[in-house]
Design a protein around this ligand. Structure first.
Ligand SMILES: Cc1ncc(COP(=O)(O)O)c(C=O)c1O
Length: 399
């Protein structure tokens, strides 16, 4: 017994935050932390954004929940806005990223089913992927550490190497329904998929009658400086999963699809109790209000460049700590030379929060509303953290 009543599934830092203001989190002891983790790419507009607070509290005073047995005007509105802003015609709202992926997987399988091909249910995925923690999404992610001990892996996922498009082509059979990919891998270590590869995947899907599914749960909603990361490549999917940033901290997700891809998702075949509830929809609409404002995404791109250039110079200064800077927009990764957990601790000692990822990467996912001054402050803290760790490693080696 650890003394906690909670499942031991998380290794938590010994920090409890009392409140947040923009890019800052303040502990119960009054200590201020610069939040460049953003609740793992969730706090797209920072903490306590006044527009989100008023959207939520205004809705809270009206009605919280009615169920999907009734019309939810905020849901219709957000659905239309997402469709207007993207490739999609149809949207299904969920509470989380994994549920958005479940809906995407089911949508792809149902498509082939109603087209008379129930045998086409397999989905090709890529090494290093992360799609969530439900039984189907751990099978899609294919990572042994998440699958171990949970019984037989859900059938129907074929994994190939990261960015190995030749292998993806070879993996296509008469049972393949779709290809599922994160345009920028998040948990896998901030690994952007080259534009050319996304284009080839689109072509393969056309050639073989497959559906292309993008998982933009982490890289979507302005994170890369476009509303969705795939816009950089000029390639559109048939189905897309979204979550995290769209709720700005309120739990919500969405599965978007073209009319054609969603053809099998007819009345009664899928559902949710909480998905698309009025509170979530009020916040989602308010997030879009801000992110779609003129100049907002251009400003994200400008700030991202400032941060990336600053990080590159810290990496040059401390090559034994930071090997390389990866990523795009405000979705950046420090490819660490020292263990990423140690670099994370060194930054936390400087009261800067980041998030470890695979491939020995430390993620920086600040709110899209981060200011230039906060970027400079973060760079100072990262430099100080790297220096402290470099000194500690040198002192240990000298012993
Ligand atoms: C790319 C991606 N897909 C899916 C998920 C799962 O989302 P959730 O934890 O909200 O279920 C995550 C979460 O980190 C993610 O990064």
């Amino acid at each position: 017994m650890s003394g906690s009543a909670l499942f031991e599934t998380f290794t938590r830092a010994p920090l409890a935050f009392d409140h947040g203001e923009g890019t800052w989190l303040v502990t119960d002891k009054g200590e201020r932390y610069l939040d460049f983790g953003g609740g793992v790419a969730v706090n797209s507009l920072g903490h306590s954004h006044p527009r989100l607070v008023s959207a939520l509290t205004e809705q809270a005073a009206k009605v919280w929940h009615v169920s999907n047995l009734y019309e939810i005007p905020g849901q219709s509105r957000l659905g239309e806005r997402l469709a207007d802003a993207t490739f999609a015609d149809k949207v299904f709202f969920t509470n989380s990223g994994a549920e958005a992926l479940e809906c995407a997987i089911k949508t792809a399988r149902r498509y082939h089913f109603v087209k008379g091909h129930p045998e086409r249910f397999r989905i090709i995925t890529f090494e290093g992927a992360f799609h969530g923690r439900t039984l189907a999404t751990i099978a899609a992610g294919g990572q042994y550490k998440y699958l171990e001990g949970f019984g037989p892996k859900v059938e129907g996922f074929d994994q190939v190497g990261f960015d190995d498009i030749d292998a993806a082509e070879k993996a296509i059979t008469s049972e393949t329904a779709a290809i599922l990919i994160e345009p920028v891998q998040g948990e896998g270590g901030i690994r952007p998929v080259p534009t050319q590869s996304l284009k080839r995947l689109r072509q393969l899907c056309e050639q073989h009658g497959l559906l292309l599914i993008f998982d933009e749960v982490q890289c979507g909603i302005g994170r890369t400086g476009k509303l969705f990361a795939h816009e950089w490549a000029g390639v559109t999917p048939d189905i897309m999963a979204v979550a995290k940033g769209i709720g700005g901290g309120f739990p919500m997700g969405a599965c978007l699809a073209t009319d054609e891809a969603a053809v099998g998702m007819t009345a009664g075949v899928h559902g949710t109790t909480f998905g698309g509830n009025p509170l979530a929809m009020a916040v989602g609409n308010a997030v879009l209000d801000v992110v779609l404002e003129d100049g907002f995404l251009e400003d994200v791109q400008r700030k991202a460049l400032l941060l990336k250039q600053g990080l590159a110079s810290v990496a040059d200064e401390f090559p034994d700590i930071i090997e390389d800077i990866r990523g795009t927009g405000l979705m950046l990764g420090l490819k660490c030379a020292a263990p990423n957990t140690k670099v994370n601790m060194a930054l936390r000692d400087q009261h800067l929060l980041a998030v470890p990822a695979g491939d020995n990467v430390l993620r920086l996912l600040p709110p899209l509303t981060v200011t230039d001054a906060e970027i400079h402050e973060a760079l100072d803290r990262i430099r100080a953290g790297a220096r402290g760790l470099a000194d500690a490693i040198a002192a240990a080696a000298a012993k």
